[in-house]
Design a protein around this ligand. Structure first.
Ligand SMILES: [Zn+2]
Length: 454
């Protein structure tokens, strides 16, 4: 983690409720506040600020005590600008709501997708603890998801990463809420189940669920009751739902080979006892075998707190490692970012533009280079000394590269050279474009310190 060690506030901004948790750097909840979302014209930023205040009161803290705030919203967020793009179940009165909250409270505010962040929290503190490559699948009204590879959320350059519910599992199948045909969500969500029940009742099938179905949305709890009563129609449809869920999980497995699938969401909470054995059996019977059969399937542990905890995790990461799992044990190899492009003043690292000097450590941490200490000592940022390299070399690199700038202006002090020699690492100082190429080509564990200007 970077910067202050907290506390943070994570806010789950949902269509029906806003939950704010005050959380320390270890994920312990110090205070909480929950209130219904008012869709009556009260500005969303006001409601969020009120929820943050309520949680701070509960923790006997003040806003000035906070290191950062994270917001989790049910929709697509532009990770580069923090703007809301879409949120089907929430009235967005202000796409810049994160910025507004930041202005009001004077604290950095990060924002992300709710299910992505719920998955992040499960890997931080819940069912995914200790795992690095995990997919969260949350079937409820729709199917939300989150993908974490090597401890980092995969949101992608278009912020569509982890939208597992819209994988197309039945080409030209039933229409999804997103408009596409045959999405997983259109086959295996609570809404899909509801549609199948209505279709069957219209065809003259009988079921004890017909009374609930006539009243409005069929809740997951009503499905569970029908299953417990042995209702033929609901049992048949839920068996098919288990089959659809298992088939989608197999597709995820074949795409990513994750260590763990975490299942959560309203449908799993209510009907997990029925669905999980079906899913487990079908996944184990996978015809396309790997070298071993170790992928685990687990149920989420954090319940209603997961999303707000994930928002706190996002806040805790700051800009350095947006979307990384805090405190992830570093006991297994990482994959390293790619330097996609370097031009004068800007480097593009895994799609992210960095308009400043930066370092990439062997333990996966990406950080902004602090120029102040060397400027104070040497009157220029064109010097790298031992003290600075000691920070860059945390995490036991075997390869260390230093980008000396586009005009090769950066020099190492003698003690920096002696230090690198003493580590027994393979190290080079090269003009920045060459250093980028050498970094990309090097095998890990590797570290890089990059000067992006002259
Ligand atoms: Zn869809």
């Amino acid at each position: 983690m970077s910067g202050k060690k907290g506390p943070y506030v994570g806010v789950d901004v949902g269509g029906t409720k806003i939950l704010a948790l005050v959380v320390n750097g270890d994920g312990e909840v110090l205070g909480r506040h929950k209130e219904p979302t008012r869709q009556n014209g009260t500005p969303l930023a006001d409601q969020i600020v009120a929820a943050v205040d309520g949680a701070l009161n509960n923790a006997a803290l003040k806003a000035k005590d906070l290191a950062a705030i994270g917001l989790a919203v049910p929709g697509v967020v532009d990770s580069r600008t923090g703007r809301f793009v879409t949120a089907p179940n929430l009235v967005i009165d202000d796409p810049e709501v994160a910025k507004r909250v930041q202005e009001r409270l004077g604290i950095p505010v990060a924002i992300g997708n709710d299910v992505n962040l719920g998955t992040l929290a499960e890997v931080w503190l819940g069912a995914g603890r200790g795992f690095r490559t995990v997919v969260g699948v949350f079937p409820g009204t729709g199917i939300g998801g989150g993908v974490i590879v090597d401890g980092r959320l995969q949101t992608g350059p278009e912020d569509l990463g982890g939208e597992v519910g819209h994988m197309i599992l039945l080409v030209d199948g039933p229409r999804c809420g997103c408009g596409s045909l045959g999405c997983w969500e259109a086959l295996a969500s609570r809404k899909a189940i509801e549609r199948e029940i209505h279709d069957a009742l219209a065809r003259g099938r009988h079921s004890i669920i017909s009374a609930a179905a006539a009243e409005g949305p069929i809740k997951s709890g009503a499905l569970r009751e029908a299953l417990e009563a042995g209702d033929d129609l609901v049992t048949e449809i839920m068996k098919r739902t288990g089959h659809y869920l298992a088939q989608g999980i197999l597709s995820i497995r074949h795409l990513l080979d994750p260590e763990l699938i975490i299942l959560g969401g309203g449908l799993i909470e209510a009907c997990g006892d029925f669905l999980l054995p079906l899913i487990e059996a079908e996944v184990r019977a996978d015809k396309m075998k790997g070298s071993r059969d170790e992928m685990k399937i687990a149920v989420s542990k954090l319940g209603d707190d997961a999303v707000a905890l994930g928002a706190a995790a996002l806040a805790a990461q700051g800009d350095d490692a947006h979307g990384s799992v805090p405190n992830l044990p570093e006991d297994r190899p990482l994959t390293y970012p790619t330097i996609e492009n370097v031009r004068f003043g800007v480097a593009v690292v895994d799609g992210k533009e960095l308009a400043y000097d930066f370092y990439l450590r062997a333990d996966g941490k990406l950080g902004k280079r602090k120029k102040k200490p060397v400027r104070a000592k040497y009157g220029t940022s064109h010097v790298v000394d031992r003290e600075e390299l000691e920070k860059v070399c945390k995490g036991e690199p075997r390869v260390v590269l230093i980008g000396s700038g586009h005009h090769d202006m950066v020099r190492l002090t003698d003690d920096a050279r002696h230090y690198l020699d003493s580590l027994g690492v393979s190290w080079q100082i090269l003009p920045t474009p060459e250093a980028a190429q050498a970094y990309n080509e090097a095998g890990g564990p590797k570290a890089l310190l990059m000067h992006v200007t002259c």
